[in-house]
Design a protein around this ligand. Structure first.
Ligand code: DI6
Ligand code: FE
Length: 425
């Protein structure tokens, strides 16, 4: 038996691979399987060694199968001293880049003014649009950097960042460039999404269809090199199904993926339309009826749940977790980090809330922040699991068992992070 040559060995760790049962985790050079993920929801492997070559996982094998290295080159050995290791966390839905904040609006909401009412009065998203248009690209990078550092301190190695507070060509591009710069300047993978169809900008008030034309004909073509997907807010206070569908068709025509904010405050039916159009994910979905879950499953669309927005808006309607589970829809969990409905910079807290508020198991919540979040970005097999071929994005935890990662509130057990095999925290 011979193993492919590697330049790093992670040994002495307890692994939560988060790989689906049956996933082959390691083979010898002839392709003979040496280890597969078992039935545990965490894909646990008690005593295995991860071989990494050029920043990617080459194989994972039981320690007993490890042979002496061939002496073909230097191998760095990293000893976990019994600590738990998981894939680097994936935050698959954020609005991290924006100008200003909305603490004042929060105060109004505490005094009883509803979120939708604030939006109708020109506050809400449009208030962040004003401050984002006013901010320089450097200012946007600087403020987002602080929030991103908080996420990364908890083991996040991949983050999606949306535009959507520009609502004109120039500012949407400025936001996407700021997001791309965060990847260039920090040790994190950034996936960018165009959310020009977030709200109707003031200059198009009462002319929503004209704005949708601008999004389809100008903003999407101008932004297509700076993003991989297009998102839209389909809601009674934003875009209807026909308008959202137009935006998505324009995105697909440009070769971009689609995803949608849907069924958050009311039911529109957009989640299933988006799924049928090939959406990566449908997000929020508190008002999704059970009967729609089958379609999501059939289309391979991820359901992204956002407990931060649920909590901050004091929503009482729960997403249809039992029906999603029953239909076999992959569930992702994310911060929705944004200045209005979810000023959250802790993905671990979201995992805790997904369990305590939405009734997910710890295994489901952790899969939602790793494997399924990767799928929501079209990055399955690249990030989000410990398996051959994935980048060696790893988070190390000072815990006795995987549930303890999500158990504490305001407690961060992440003690080390590796990005492409290089220690970054
Ligand atoms: N739903 C959300 O949760 C965010 N956008 C959206 O369509 C909220 C954005 C904000 O309030 O600024
Ligand atoms: Fe959002």
């Amino acid at each position: 038996m011979k193993l492919a040559q590697v330049d790093q060995l992670f040994t002495g760790f307890r692994l939560a691979t988060m790989a689906l049962p049956g996933t082959v985790l390691g083979t010898d050079l002839d392709g003979t399987p040496l280890l597969s993920a078992g039935q545990s929801c965490f894909g646990e492997i008690p005593d295995a060694v991860i071989g990494v070559a050029n920043g990617r996982i080459a194989w994972i094998v039981p320690r007993s199968m490890l042979l002496e290295p061939d002496g073909q080159g230097p191998v760095e050995v990293i000893d976990g001293h019994g600590r738990w290791i998981t894939p680097g966390l994936v935050d698959c839905h954020t609005h991290l880049v924006y100008g200003g904040n909305r603490a004042n609006e929060w105060e109004s909401r505490l005094n009883g003014v509803p979120y939708a009412e604030i939006a109708r009065q020109g506050g809400g998203i449009l208030s962040s649009v004003r401050s984002t248009r006013d901010a320089s690209e450097d200012e946007l990078v600087r403020s987002a950097r602080g929030r991103l550092e908080r996420l990364m301190s908890e083991g996040v190695t991949t983050v999606e960042i949306k535009s959507g507070y520009g609502l004109d060509v120039e500012t949407e591009l400025k936001m996407l460039r700021a997001a791309r710069r965060l990847e260039a300047e920090m040790n994190v993978r950034v996936v960018t999404t165009l959310l020009a169809a977030h709200a109707v900008p003031p200059e198009f008030k009462g002319r929503t269809d004209d704005y949708v034309d601008l999004v389809c004909k100008k903003i999407i073509p101008a932004a297509k090199e700076l993003c991989t997907a297009v998102d839209a807010f389909c809601e009674s206070i934003a875009f209807d199904c026909a308008q959202t569908t137009r935006v998505f068709q324009a995105a697909i025509d440009e070769g971009l993926r689609i995803k949608v904010h849907a069924e958050q405050l009311t039911y529109t039916g957009m989640a299933v339309i988006a799924a049928e159009m090939g959406a990566l994910s449908v997000d929020h979905i508190e008002y999704l009826p059970d009967r729609d879950c089958e379609t999501l499953a059939r289309c391979g669309t991820v359901a992204t749940l956002l407990p931060g927005a649920f909590y901050c808006l004091r929503e009482t309607r729960l997403p249809p977790v039992a029906a999603l589970r029953q239909a076999g829809v992959p569930i992702a969990i994310s911060t929705d980090s944004n200045p209005g409905s979810s000023p959250v910079v802790s993905l671990l807290l979201m995992g805790n809330m997904a369990c305590n508020l939405f009734g997910l198991t710890c295994g489901e919540a952790l899969a939602g922040m790793t494997r399924n979040a990767a799928m929501a970005l079209g990055l399955q097999g690249e990030v989000g699991t410990l398996q051959p071929g994935c980048v060696a994005d790893l988070a190390v935890w000072n815990v006795g068992s995987p549930p303890e990662i999500l158990y504490g509130i305001g407690h961060n057990p992440c003690v080390a992070v590796y990005k492409n095999g290089k220690r970054t925290l």
